[in-house]
Design a protein around this ligand. Structure first.
Ligand code: MN
Length: 313
């Protein structure tokens, strides 16, 4: 995967003429010791539905090393969605939650008005780590709700044209996730397990979508996709012609276009610079509560110049 400067969008594979699909290429970012493929936000696209952040990391060898170690840090205004393809990660938060997550399981943390959490590879961890970290912006009416954490050990799955479709949030192809949502969204994993898969994937035309490959490769309406490519499909589409060789896995995210201007800084999703400033001050003052059980210091907030925080266009 090539490295792309922050917030610069680069055309990936060519999109056939007359097609309203778009491709952008991930840029590399660092999260602790881990390099991730950051696919959202983009300079020209801050969110897709309410999805406002997409990191894909691994697969990486973490045998005999610390692996993931993200010290306690705060969030406001969002839900974090943790999904693994391989390995295991331990979540702890300021509500007292402590939860190990494995592939096929969902950790969903609703920050609401404020929560702090830490994520790390457990002391005895699997040798490979591979996953995605996603954020969902809470709509204005819900962004001050109480913080909450939920773990779903099993999720509904269905089959379509050789794909095993596991629904993380929302509903797809007749399967519905029990995960709590605050706006109309969908998130699903599509795996071609054991044989090549192909299908017309039904989409809600009132949703916009993104699709990306986490393992193997795929094509969507004739556009070739590899890890690091993000395919965007605007609202109005009823289906995508998907095909993937055996062993490939894709992630589909979508939702009703969010008609709200988000202001994102560090781990905060807000609407105004004043809210960001208040959240940063609250974190420095210790007002988010402590994350029990984590050995080490919390993450300091980066320097913030509120006057330079621009309102989104
Ligand atoms: Mn976090």
């Amino acid at each position: 995967m090539s490295t792309v400067e922050a917030n610069v969008e680069v055309a990936g594979n060519p999109v056939p003429e007359g097609n309203d699909l778009e491709i952008t290429e991930a840029r590399n970012a660092r999260v602790g010791d881990i390099t991730v493929r950051r696919m959202l936000p983009l300079r020209l696209r801050r969110s897709v539905g309410a999805w406002c952040f997409i990191d894909h990391y691994g697969p990486m060898d973490v045998d005999g090393v610390a692996g993931m170690n993200v010290p306690p840090h705060p969030h406001i205004g969002l839900q974090t969605v943790t999904w693994l393809l391989s390995g295991n990660v331990l979540h702890r938060d300021s509500l007292g939650s402590e939860q190990l997550i494995r592939p096929g399981q969902l950790n969903l943390m609703t920050s609401g008005r404020g929560i702090a959490h830490a994520e790390e590879s457990p002391a005895e961890h699997d040798p490979t780590l591979h996953g995605v970290q996603l954020w969902v912006a809470l709509p204005d009416a819900s962004r001050h709700v109480d913080p909450a954490f939920e773990h779903h050990g099993e999720l509904p799955a269905t089959g379509l044209g050789g794909f095993v479709i596991t629904v993380l949030v929302g509903e797809l192809a007749g399967a519905a996730s029990p995960a709590t949502t605050f706006s109309p969204i969908v998130g699903a994993q599509l795996s071609a397990t054991g044989r090549p898969a192909s299908c017309p994937l039904p989409l809600r035309p009132d949703y916009e979508h993104v699709l990306f490959v986490v393992t193997g490769q795929a094509s969507a309406n004739g556009v070739q996709l590899a890890p690091g490519h993000l395919l965007y499909s605007p609202a109005g589409r009823h289906e995508l012609a998907l095909a993937a060789p055996s062993g490939s896995t894709l992630i589909l995210l979508g939702g009703e276009p969010l008609r709200e201007q988000l202001l994102m800084w560090w781990n905060f999703v807000a609407r105004t610079p004043a809210e960001i400033g208040a959240a940063a001050a609250a974190w420095r003052a210790g007002d988010f509560g402590s994350v029990g059980g984590y050995r080490g210091d919390p993450l300091p907030a980066p320097p913030l110049d509120v006057a330079r925080l621009k309102r989104p266009r």
